[in-house]
Design a protein around this ligand. Sequence first.
Ligand code: GLN
Length: 482
Amino acid sequence: NAYVSAIEQANPTFNAYVATTPDKAREMAKASDAKLAKGEGGALEGIPLGIKDLFATEGVHTQACSHVLDGFEPRYESTVTANLWADGAVMLGKLNMDEFAMGSSNETSYYGPVVNPWRRSRVQTTVKPTFHDGGSGFVRPGGVEESRSYDNMQLVPGGSSGGSAAAVSAFLCAGATATDTGGSIRQPAAFTGTVGIKPTYGRVSRWGTVAFASSLDQAGPIARDVRDAAILLKSMASVDAKDTTSVDLPVPDYEAAIGKSVKGMKIGIPREYRVDGMPDDIEALWQKGIAWLKDAGAEIVDISLPHTKYALPAYYIVAPAEASSNLARYDGVRYGLRVPGKDIIEMYENTRAAGFGREVKRRIMIGTYVLSAGYYDAYYLQAQKVRTLIKRDFELAFAAGVDVILTPATPSAAFGIADQDMAADPVKMYLNDIFTVTVNMAGLPGIAVPAGLDGHGLPLGLQLIGRPFDEETLFQTAHVIE
Ligand code: GLN
């Protein structure tokens, strides 16, 4: 009830939820109460969660925040959400996101932007003269007054899981599901002072999660701290006959990794992540993270991931290519919106023209271009080769004994809604993903953990990257930083 009324009150401000399910929430909570009264109940019994609009939820709004899925309510449940309900979690509703998870600011959503619960602050220092020294007229400052004011600029929560991050940050759910194709869990977590983990590709089933770029997509939790994220991931992860890329490995007790010492652990610092024009605040945060881990007994080693600079351009070929193929299914016949035309071809055209937003259309055009007969070798094939090289960079670092790699999560703190520069140049928006996309290209696990505030009091995050299926070490190390 507390969460339901908090959402009622605050959602008009933040726009984090695009659909709420208060009746379902109360019904599920009642069932949890009954179980708990009998001393039964799963790991998440009665815990209220928000679900990103990308996950199929039976009979409940599932539109990937796109107009093309208008009115779509699936007849089935995604494996991730089914796992959560089986462990006793309670559904509060569906969370806002960039349309089809394409974006880094939650501004491409058909339902409008999400507002970051954080505000930029300004500390004003005023020096107050309190007395005059004799008759000399010399003013001696008697005190320094500080006042903090918050400016009115609304900031983005990051994307594409902007609703998930904002809802967790604003206490509108205890935790949330999210997905990460090129940073969409980690970047919004960093922008909102929350914890987000993208597990190893294959750790979590993709079945029933609307596909963006199938070889990169992976679901994970956004939570208030590292322990909550560990508990949620344990419930979300499973092998699944309905997703043949899901992996048949036991799901460890991630929570048990928290509190273990990092003494003797080797932390790699990749020199290629020191990008030009990186703000001082981010560099300082990175150094702080290094110092904390060193103090905790870890060994810091300089490493090189030489193909890093190709990751972003290669990602923005591979991801749109796969997206253009996945999005071919929205034709006005099978799901959601249908805009009639004089024949079936015109109906397809009208539906897709009206149903997809600008960014999604841009991705479909890039994707079909790089896959087209004359350009396939020059773009798509080349990007796949680069992807292999990026993966190999990480393999070499881990083979040399590195346990975890530490980097900043994002190249900046949260920026303003309708930022002029980014609106004018989509590549500027894509640069947000510079530290996160490599992890998806290599299929590795990565966690973003809040590590401090910038000069305006906005949260900043650090990222830890681990060996395949070694999420435990990420939780262990992240807990030292948080
Ligand atoms: N911002 C990236 C993109 O727009 C990543 C999105 C994601 O991880 N879903 O493609």
